[in-house]
Ligand binder design. Structure first.
Ligand code: AMP
Length: 403
């Protein structure tokens, strides 16, 4: 029997998300989530997708990631595909920060673990949790290839002119301060899928990808290669997000510290957790914001307008960066579902060759689709992202190659 399945693990500080995929046909065998790890009210939700049966839920204390992964392994085993299954080819781990070191998916060994650990100062929230997940999985299946797929990797091709901040070079380098970008797995997948939607090779097309979820980022992709992206040293830079401010004058921070007497941690929380849509109007769900706008709520309308204004600025900027744009792709929760955001983001950009067809834009669905008028100079599309499939595919391709 050939091992054709890949388990994708996304380990957060108190959660583990997972999917088991079959790479023979890219189908999903199972998916699930363990949340509130370390609390008394932990919860495991497991959905055996291939079996077609309903989800199973377990509530109770799950002490740590080790216990969480063992519980996941038990659930998978109930479907006949436990961690010891000979059908399992590899485990693919989502790792948020690969710095400048990791430009592609990498088979994990002790040296790779040490390097991910060395990068903790630039990803203090994410890399420790990712490392815990990797160590736990390795302890459970030391013989199985485990691959790290980095959120930053797709952006390592950015030229220095896009990747560097204009601050003192020695200071920046001493602290590894540069623009790394995130959501790279999604930008890679969606830019490729957009080329496919146009029936062209990725090398031939220039694409602006707008990943608009709770976190949001834009990227400029020339011939399959990322040349700019909106997130920077951390995911705080760029677009207006659910709870993050995106771009602000850095002097806002000095002002809040000196005049507002806020601590650095308080400002960090303000800009990352209490800003963006939630800071502007109290809601970070675009559905709720649209509902409030329909009821005449002025704060919700202002939040929507600021969100769209920033988005438009990035679309314009990336048209300039790319010179020639073949397609603009909307993806993630807001990008895939909000026809209003898509229409508003390209409204008035006809001189850049951008327009949406209202009827096409209103169509809902899970498949990649074009929403621009047939004669448009630039194709505008809705291209659903699939980060788990991309992690599984990159993991499987690497394991196949090294076998
Ligand atoms: P993600 O981070 O990609 O899961 O996206 C989550 C966000 O997508 C939510 O916070 C909502 O703002 C947005 N979203 C999800 N479904 C819809 C929808 N039907 N219409 C508008 N926005 C949606």
């Amino acid at each position: 029997m050939t091992a054709s399945r890949v388990l994708v693990l996304n380990s957060g500080s108190s959660s583990v998300k997972y999917q088991l995929l079959d790479m023979r046909d890219n189908s999903r065998t199972a998916a699930g989530l363990v949340e509130r790890i370390g609390e008394r009210t932990s919860r495991l939700k497991h959905t055996p997708l291939a079996a077609g049966s309903g989800s199973r839920e377990w509530n109770g204390p799950i002490a740590d990631h080790d216990a969480a992964l063992k519980a996941v392994a038990e659930e998978l085993a109930k479907d006949g595909l436990g961690l010891d299954s000979p059908e399992l080819a590899a485990i693919g781990h989502r790792v948020v920060h690969g710095g400048q070191t990791f430009t592609r998916p990498t088979v994990i060994d002790d040296a790779v673990l040490a390097e991910i650990e060395r990068l903790i100062p630039v990803a203090p929230l994410h890399n420790p949790a990712n490392l815990t997940g990797i160590r736990t999985a390795r302890a459970l299946r030391p013989d199985l290839p485990q691959v790290a797929v980095f959120d930053t990797a797709f952006h390592t091709t950015m030229p220095e002119s896009a990747a560097r901040y204009a601050i003192d070079v020695e200071t920046a380098d001493a602290h590894r301060i540069r623009r790394y970008g995130f959501h790279g797995t999604s930008h890679a997948y969606v830019s490729r899928a957009t080329a496919e939607l146009l029936g062209r090779a990725p090398e031939e097309v220039n694409v602006i990808v707008l990943h608009l979820g709770n976190g949001a980022s834009a990227s400029a992709v020339r011939g399959g290669v990322c040349v700019d992206t909106s997130m920077g040293l951390t995911p705080l830079e760029g677009l207006v997000m659910g709870t993050r401010s995106g771009d602000t004058d850095p002097a806002v921070i000095f002002h809040l510290a000196r005049v507002g007497k806020m601590s650095i941690d308080e400002i960090d929380t303000l800009l990352n957790k209490r800003s963006g849509l939630v800071g502007l109007c109290g809601d970070n769900d675009m559905r709720e914001i649209r509902r409030r706008i329909d009821e005449g709520d002025a704060r919700a309308k202002l939040a929507f307008d600021i969100y769209v204004h920033r988005l438009k600025k990035y679309i314009g900027a990336y048209c300039a960066v790319l010179g020639r744009v073949d397609a603009v792709a909307f993806t993630a929760g807001v990008g895939e579902n909000s026809a209003e955001v898509r229409a508003a983001a390209v409204a008035g950009l006809e001189t850049l060759g951008l327009a949406v067809d209202d009827a096409l834009n209103a169509v809902r669905g899970d498949e990649p689709r074009l929403i621009s008028p047939p004669d448009a100079r630039v194709a505008v599309g809705v291209v659903p992202t699939d980060e788990e499939l991309e992690i599984a595919a990159q993991t499987y391709a690497l394991v196949e190659r090294t076998n």
